[in-house]
Design a protein around this ligand. Structure first.
Ligand code: CAO
Length: 400
């Protein structure tokens, strides 16, 4: 068995040092020199690299934790011959830009970590042109995201077309708007998930004629002041049943480990003025449809008031995104890593269906299941969504 390797914070950090980035999680394999943690203080900025290739056994620091010299940050288990499969995405940049546990690069008139310097070089950004919004004017990754490079070309005449763009009709016919912090952070996750995960989307439809009739009847029976029961709680309930039948859809992929979750915490997308939130309904499999509806309403209200607690948005094991109230027939939702599958719902519509002797009107709900093809194969994807459809068509199956 290989000896564990402790990676510690270096000397010379000075006061108020903290972990500005934690780039690895337990179970990942990392290459020699891959960046594990970035540390910053009023005095230095330094990336801590893996001294050898290994598998991460423990991560003892979280983002924004304060760090002192000699603190144990990460424990690795050395691996020799195995090729790392999921080294953090930064090593090529970092290898060129960092010093392991050594004094940091503070040589210029801006304050930026080696990682940020490497990223700026990659994007061709001159850091002297970037305003830092971090402590002491430190330049953060989001400052790079927001940065619009000053053109080196002579300014265009008013109304002239920029190559590859559509010319505004009038010089001042545009408006710019800064993305919210939530949009920036969700956007980063979305683009990472979209580019890193091989997505497949399986389309199907479920006959919800009976469940809709039941929903309308229940709404009539309920007291006038009770909140209306929408379709989504039924879909969450049916999804929880399908997850019990297909446990690999209720899992997290961490490095080369697929962790099958015992709990069923179903996240759902909430559209708010600030951006997209995904709170999770915990133990959805143990709740009744009415309990799910109450929890859904509570979390959606908190999301719209920007009052969700960290625990409300953590721990989801599967996600549902319902665009049905807005319309559309299908879409390709993006998997919410480390989860491995997400269900999109579009607008239910009446369709003529052949019952063996005539066409009858049935209310059909379009389902779009995206999944991580590294974990789930096409047959399983098709079976999952078909099983979900059969539970939605006849909710008695949820009792089985
Ligand atoms: N097909 C047909 N009707 C639908 C439907 C569907 N797929 N989904 C909802 N409806 C109906 C509801 O049943 C309700 O009908 P009644 O007025 O007759 O009761 C009505 O549309 C309004 O529903 P709702 O949207 O207010 O409530 P909900 O429980 O379905 O959804 C919430 C709650 C928070 C998920 C929703 O408000 C929301 O934010 N949706 C947007 C999700 C999103 O942005 N996804 C995209 C993420 S990627 O950008």
């Amino acid at each position: 068995m290989n000896e564990p390797i402790g990676v510690r914070a270096p000397q010379g950090l000075g006061a108020e040092a903290y972990a500005s980035e934690v780039l690895v999680s337990v179970g990942q394999t990392v290459a020699c020199d891959a960046v594990l943690v970035s540390i910053e203080s009023s005095k230095v900025a330094v990336d801590i690299q893996a001294p050898s290739a290994g598998r991460v056994k423990q991560v003892l620091v979280a983002k924004n934790d304060s760090v002192s010299e000699g603190d144990l940050l990460v424990v690795l288990e050395a691996i020799e011959s195995e090729q790392p499969q999921d080294a953090p995405s930064r090593p090529q940049v970092a290898t060129a830009a960092v010093q392991t546990g050594a004094a940091a690069d503070t040589s210029s008139d801006f304050h930026a970590s080696p990682w940020i310097r490497g990223l700026a070089r990659e994007r061709g950004i001159d850091l002297r042109q970037v305003s830092g919004t971090g402590p002491h004017g430190r330049i953060l990754e989001e400052d790079l995201d927001r940065h619009v490079p000053r053109s080196v070309e002579p300014p265009l005449a008013a109304g002239a077309a920029v190559p590859g763009t559509i010319a505004p009709l009038e010089a001042d016919a545009t408006q710019s708007r800064r993305l919210s912090r939530l949009q920036l952070s969700v956007g980063r996750n979305l683009s990472e998930n979209w580019t890193q995960i091989p997505h497949v989307t399986q389309f199907d439809e479920a006959d919800i004629t009976d469940v809709e009739a039941f929903r309308l009847a229940i709404n009539l029976e309920r007291q006038k002041d009770a909140p209306k029961l929408s379709l989504l709680p039924f879909v969450i309930k049916a999804a929880a049943c399908a997850l019990a039948a297909f446990p690999e859809f209720n899992s997290r992929l961490l490095g080369d480990q697929l962790i099958l979750e015992q709990n069923v915490h179903v996240g759902f997308a909430v559209d708010t003025a600030e951006g997209l939130w995904v709170p999770a309904i915990r133990h959805a499999d143990r709740l009744s449809v009415l309990q799910i509806a109450r929890e859904l309403a509570r979390l959606a209200e908190l999301a719209r008031a920007s009052k969700l607690a960290a625990t409300d948005v953590q721990g989801g094991t599967f996600t549902i995104s319902n665009l049905g109230a807005a319309g559309g027939t299908a879409f390709t939702p993006i998997v919410n890593a480390p989860q491995v599958a997400i269900l999109g719902i579009s607008k239910a519509d009446l369709e003529p269906k052949w019952d063996g002797s005539s066409f009858v009107p049935r209310l059909m709900l379009p389902l779009s299941l995206s999944y991580d093809h590294r974990v789930i194969n096409g047959v399983a994807g098709a079976r999952f969504v078909s099983h979900l459809g059969s539970v939605l068509s006849d909710l008695r199956r949820a009792l089985l």
